[in-house]
Design a protein around this ligand. Sequence first.
Ligand code: R5P
Length: 278
Amino acid sequence: MFVIGSGALHLKGEISEKADVVEVEIKKFPDGEKYVRVLGEGEEAIVVQSMYHPQDEHLIEVLLLGDALREKGFRRLKLVVPYLAYSRQDRVTKEGEPVSIRAIMRMLGLYYDELYVFDIHNPKTLGFFPGKAYNISPARVIAEYFREKLGEGIVMAPDKGALERARSVAEILGLEYSHFEKKRISPTEVQMTPVDVDVKGKNVLIVDDIISTGGTMIKAANLLRELGAEKIFVVATHGVFAEGAIERVSKAVDDLAVTNTIPTPVSKISIVPEILNV
Ligand code: R5P
């Protein structure tokens, strides 16, 4: 039985085609505080809540849903978080800072027994969750979306850290994979150099976890064009697009797609098949 938070309403239709979705009432009090009421009964529930903007509201809501479900006697609660906020703040870089993702994981652990996150920024941070926690790879749904378009092409990661992601997609498709060397000069500027790979005349798919300003993908795409690549496709799990990023990236490539962990105009790849498997 699924319970859908307001950060996952865009997934509700597709989930309810295949599984039971319990009704919940979610609204705000006049002072802005959240109100939730769960209308179903049962022993086990899977709550789905994505935590894009407004992140803090979505977070509070998932805690309230957990409390409401426990209050109703649900014994076993799983939480599926397509996009987990605060996951990039996974270390102290200046004295006095929190490890934000640890604080979030501990809060979620107050109510939920199991946690499923899509393509978490740093999988090691799942260890902060008190119960069982899993990182779900969107590689399968991404690979199926691009199988025909890409043909006998190459899968590239924009940097070495993203190589595993590119490898997973490439292996499903039985294709070659490689990566760029990426150096961030400022929050909005990245310098990239290609590694030894022949992309001339080939279609290329660049795979990353997040697109924010689009700077990384645009640099990579321009470089691939200079190297003679045929069609260039870009994909990321999470479309955390900054103002104007969708337009800028779309102009630079042949297809831009992200999964629907966050609803955006280019969330063309559904993660629901993976959610139904948890
Ligand atoms: C970096 O750690 C991430 O994997 C992405 O490469 C990055 O967030 C993309 O940012 P932007 O779209 O601003 O270049």
